[in-house]
Design a protein around this ligand. Structure first.
Ligand code: S3P
Length: 450
């Protein structure tokens, strides 16, 4: 089932060269944070290039439920009239975050130190995901959580009336957990300190600084130590959301494996905490260049040019790179199937608790399409067959996971036989224009029940 309605079975047929420009939508992580931080300022934050995917629309709706005025001006232009740090009102209805782990975890953090209660739910995928990783550190502020067994949604959060600041070492590499603690720390007096052994995406830190919070980041032997001074007055901002490197991954990877392709993907955010896939692809021998490198809104940005790369080789992806490409392993595994030799991916346990168990979902679907995959609890390998030799021909389950659905559709573009997914509906959570954008480049994508 798709997250919002009946399943949308889709098929991707082998296609000719992909050519042209792929203008992918705004960054999902930055879009969520723009709405949430905008809601925590007094005054009006203006956002351009917001991702209008279902995940972000659900966060916009949630911010309204907490009292912010969120307005869609059309064409990706939005404004948020915020209520200030500590100004959230108690929502009258259950907050439905749909498919979005980022949405629910960050919003829980943002409301955790206000004396209000809120009940959160989501779709079948989100309601199966672990929330204790967020509610455990929030409890240190004085926040209470009442959820289902195993810390699952639906869950009611009772915010702390007299929050205390906390020092917390994040036990798993998770930007969502780090961000939830920092957002909770905003309304606690004194200094909240978050320590992460492995660097994860740092948009929350960068944006908090941009919104005028006092925040410092130190690299130490223990890892990154982030110190936030609570109860700042955040200042509304003008935010131009860069295009999403995680969405850019799909046209880029498709161009690398479809013969004759040459695709330009302009204006992609290449924050080093996000760009691991592109480093990996270049190490595999991809013809992938960065053009027109620049800085926009404090984030490094470039135009990516990807051309068909028949000579790619399998590599061992360094485990310390995992956090910077965590959402890109599914599509990397597709590229790996077209490379020569084995691609080894280690240190990727977190893939098992995403929108789906992404190692399992990809392994089952790749095997059904004739590719050898081996896996363990926190690693997997894909044995590449080389360009032109990937059979395809199977239907894969997308498990309510947008990135699984898109990855298998990319596989179908360069396999010998078409590849289908049981439900392309979840693609709308992060990349609502995936079908027209890929079709415009030359992909053959069809909805099977249309
Ligand atoms: C995100 C963090 C990552 C990522 C997710 C978006 C964020 O999750 O997988 O798609 O915006 O903070 P974790 O932080 O749980 O690894």
């Amino acid at each position: 089932m798709s997250s919002h309605g009946a399943p949308i079975p889709m098929t991707s047929r082998p296609c000719g060269p992909l050519k042209g420009e792929a203008r992918v939508p705004g960054d999902k992580s930055i879009s969520h944070r723009s709405l949430i931080l905008g809601a925590l300022c007094v005054g009006e934050t203006e956002i351009t290039g917001l991702l209008e995917g279902q995940d972000v629309l659900d966060t916009a709706k949630a911010m309204r439920a907490f009292g912010a005025e969120v307005t869609d001006h059309g064409g990706g232009n939005w404004s948020v009239h915020g209520v200030g740090v500590g100004g959230f009102a108690e929502p009258e209805q259950v907050i439905d975050c749909g498919n979005s782990g980022t949405g629910v975890r960050l919003i829980m953090g943002a409301m955790a130190t206000s004396p209000i209660a809120a009940t959160f739910t989501g779709d079948a995928s989100l309601n199966g995901r672990p929330m204790a990783r967020v509610t455990d550190p929030l409890a240190l502020f004085g926040t209470q959580a009442f959820g289902r067994a195993g810390g699952r949604l639906p869950m009611t959060i009772q915010g702390a009336a007299d929050p205390v600041p906390v020092t917390y070492t994040v036990p798993v590499p998770s930007a969502q957990v780090k961000s939830a603690v920092l957002l909770a720390g905003l309304n606690a007096p004194g200094k909240t300190v978050v320590i992460e052994a492995e660097a994860t995406r740092d948009h929350t830190e960068r944006m908090l600084e941009g919104f005028g919070a006092e925040i410092t980041v130190e690299e130490t032997d223990e890892g990154r130590v982030i110190t936030l001074t609570g109860q700042p007055e955040l200042k509304p901002q003008k935010i131009d959301v860069p295009r999403d490197p995680s969405s850019a991954a799909f046209p880029v990877c498709a161009a690398l494996i479809v013969p004759g392709s040459d695709v330009l993907v302009p204006g992609i955010g290449l924050n080093p905490t996000r760009a691991g896939l592109y480093t990996t692809l270049r190490e595999m021998g991809a013809d992938l260049t960065y053009e027109n490198e620049r800085t926009e809104g404090g984030e490094p940005v470039a135009d990516l040019r990807a051309r068909f790369s028949p000579g790619m080789k399998g590599i061992e992806v360094p485990p310390e790179r995992a956090a910077s490409m965590i959402d890109e392993y599914p599509v990397l595994s597709v590229v790996a199937a077209f490379a020569q030799g084995e691609t080894v991916m280690r240190g990727v346990k977190e893939l098992r608790v995403k929108e789906s168990d992404r190692i399992d979902a990809m392994a089952v679907g790749l095997r059904a399409n004739g590719i050898t995959v081996d896996e363990g609890p926190d690693w997997w390998t894909v044995t590449g067959l080389g360009h032109g030799n990937v059979p395809g021909g199977a239907t894969c389950a997308s498990h309510l996971d947008h990135r699984i659905a898109m990855s298998f559709l990319i596989l179908g573009m360069a396999a010998q036989k078409p590849v289908s997914v049981d439900d392309g509906g979840p693609i709308a959570t992060s990349f609502p224009i995936f079908e027209p954008l890929m079709s415009e480049l030359g992909a053959h994508l069809v909805r099977d029940n249309a």
